[in-house]
Every structure is written in structure tokens, then in C-alpha cells.
Design a protein around this ligand. Structure first.
Ligand code: GLV
Ligand code: MG
Length: 311
């Protein structure tokens, strides 16, 4: 795992096609927590090989601040994966934090990526373990194996849901992935969201929701983001710069929640340490050890988002 990026926020994960020097040029100015330069589905087959060098140059020569820097390579069923990794890592140098692996179906594919990265790191004078892995779950087989996948390597930093490919893999009768299906009485992805979240959390990973394809529909996007935010996800993809500000807001605690979490922690620690009590009243609410754990999650999420205590 990349020591630098593992705990950085990923509220907004911006996708940029690696074939477009123009779009990569604009990337540093967009306030996304994480950026991934794509070699997979946003790049046409005949552009894939030439895009590797463009991506490496963009990572090496542009000032990306403290964004998490990632490259999405092609999946292991293609002829490109190993060559994508070898060329991009060699060319990008140490500013590259992670490789994103799409359509992961087995733990063996993560192990293969881990072993290849180790050799590439040694060959390029990078510390072993420098490059982390983000894994996308977007097929029926990937979802069945998600628990083993999340436990397959210490390089793993995130597990990501890919709704568009997943809808195709499941043969759902939809032509737009990652949006609500009006005819379905409930959330057709609820089981999927929960299963991926549990597997990720059980292995200490950040858990990320994928794209929302109606990029002009800000209201619908904001509303849809609340589903995975409410379940506990850390962030979601942005396909357009306009989606980034919405994500940064939805996936951060408010100042009020952050201050309240601190106040709960204070009240609980003075009760347990001072008065020797396990449970205590906090306003109208009874708080105990579980409240402390919930408060700590808000504090770490808020601190990662740059909040400081205001009272
Ligand atoms: C993302 O890659 C998706 O397929 O939704
Ligand atoms: Mg996909």
C-alpha cells in the first residue's frame, strides 16, 4: 500500500480519459480528492498504447498537489494489463500512488497485480509496496468473490462498485447504469452496495461508489449520492468537474456534526474516566461506548476533509 495515499480522503474521485492531453491538463485545477487517468473504457482500443506515455508525462510534469493519483489499467482478460502497468509505472515515477484494476473477478487477479507491481517497483528504484491497488467490482463473479478479493493484498486501498458494467453483467433491462430504476420498488443495488461495503470494511479498505451517468442532472446526482453516503461509503466517482463540488459536500460531515461528535467524545470520556460510568446522558440521549465509536468515525472523516473544531 502507498503510505501517502492510504488514509487520504476520496470523497470525489474524478475520471479523466488518458488519451486527452487537454483534459489531463485541466485535472490539477479541479478540486477532486482523487484523480484517475483512464486507460480502460474511456479510451478507444487503438488509442490505448499511445495513451500510456501521455498519462506518464501528465503525472510526472503537472503539479497535482496532494491529490491521490491513480491510473486505471485494462482488466486481466485483455492483452494490455501487464504492459499498461509496466509502462505507466516506469514513466510516471513516484508521484503515482495507485493502480486501479477494473472488472476484478478473483483474488488471484489481485495477487498477480501485486507480484507484477513488486517487480516493476524494484526495476524502477521505487520502495517496495509504494503503489497501492484500487479494485473495481463490476461483474456477478466479482461480487460473489468480493470477500476474498478484499483480503488478497496489503496493497489494496479501496474497493469500488462499477454500476454500469455490473448492470450489463447481471443482464438488467437498463441502458443507463448507476441511476434509479423507476419501475423497481426499492433500491435495486441495495444488496450490492451493502455486500461490497461489508467486505471492504472488514479488511480496512475505503469503499467507493462508481459513476452517475446523467452528468447534467445535479439534483438527481446529489440525491443519488445520499444512498451510499448514508450506508457508510467514503466517496463516489465524478465524470464531470461539476459533480466534484457536490461530492465534496455530500461525503463530508457538516460542521455541526463534527462539533457534536467532539462534544460526545468529551462527555463520554469525562463520564468513564472521571466518574467511572459506562453510560451517561448527553442532552436527551443516552451515550455509551458505541456512541464513542460512532463519534470517532465522524471525527476522522471530518479531519480528513479539513474540518477543525469550532466549539
Ligand atoms: C464503472 O466502471 C462502471 O462500469 O460503472
Ligand atoms: Mg466499468
Amino acid at each position: 500500500m502507498s503510505a501517502r495515499s492510504r488514509d487520504l480522503p476520496r470523497r470525489s474521485c474524478l475520471s479523466i480519459p488518458g488519451s486527452s492531453e487537454k483534459m489531463m491538463g485541466k485535472g490539477p485545477g479541479i478540486p477532486a480528492d482523487m484523480v484517475f487517468l483512464d486507460l480502460e473504457d474511456a479510451v478507444a482500443p487503438k488509442e490505448k498504447e499511445s495513451s500510456r506515455a501521455k498519462i506518464a508525462t501528465a503525472i510526472r510534469t503537472q503539479d497535482w498537489g496532494d491529490k491521490v493519483m491513480c491510473v486505471r489499467v485494462n482488466d486481466w482478460s485483455t492483452k494490455w494489463t501487464a504492459f499498461d502497468i509496466i509502462e505507466v509505472v516506469a514513466g510516471a515515477g513516484e508521484r503515482l500512488d495507485e493502480i486501479m484494476l477494473p472488472k476484478v473477478e478473483t483474488a488471484a487477479q489481485i495477487v498477480a497485480t501485486d507480484l507484477l507491481l513488486r517487480q516493476v517497483e524494484i526495476a524502477n528504484g521505487l520502495p517496495i509496496g509504494h503503489i497501492g491497488i484500487e479494485a473495481q467490482i463490476e461483474t456477478a463473479r466479482g461480487l460473489i468473490n468480493v470477500e476474498e478479493i478484499c483480503a488478497a493484498s496489503s496493497r489494496l486501498e479501496t474497493i469500488i462498485f462499477g454500476p454500469a458494467d455490473f448492470a450489463a453483467s447481471m443482464e438488467m433491462p437498463v441502458l443507463t447504469g448507476g441511476v434509479q430504476i423507476a419501475e423497481y420498488p426499492g433500491d435495486h443495488f441495495h444488496y450490492v452496495f451493502s455486500k461490497i461495503l461489508m467486505a471492504g470494511r472488514a479488511n480496512g479498505l475505503q469503499v467507493i461508489d462508481g459513476p452517475y451517468l446523467y452528468i447534467r442532472d445535479s439534483e438527481g446526482f446529489k440525491n443519488y449520492c445520499q444512498r451510499t453516503r448514508t450506508l457508510g461509503y467514503d466517496g463516489k466517482w465524478a465524470l464531470h468537474p461539476d459533480q466534484v463540488a457536490i461530492l465534496n459536500e455530500v461525503f463530508s460531515p457538516t460542521q455541526e456534526q463534527f462539533d457534536r461528535a467532539w462534544a460526545i467524545l468529551d462527555a463520554y470520556s469525562s463520564a468513564t474516566e472521571g466518574e467511572g460510568k459506562g453510560a451517561v446522558m448527553f442532552g436527551d440521549e443516552m451515550i455509551d461506548e458505541a456512541s464513542r465509536k460512532m463519534a470517532l468515525k465522524f471525527i476522522s472523516r471530518g479531519s480528513r476533509a479539513g474540518l477543525t473544531r469550532s466549539k
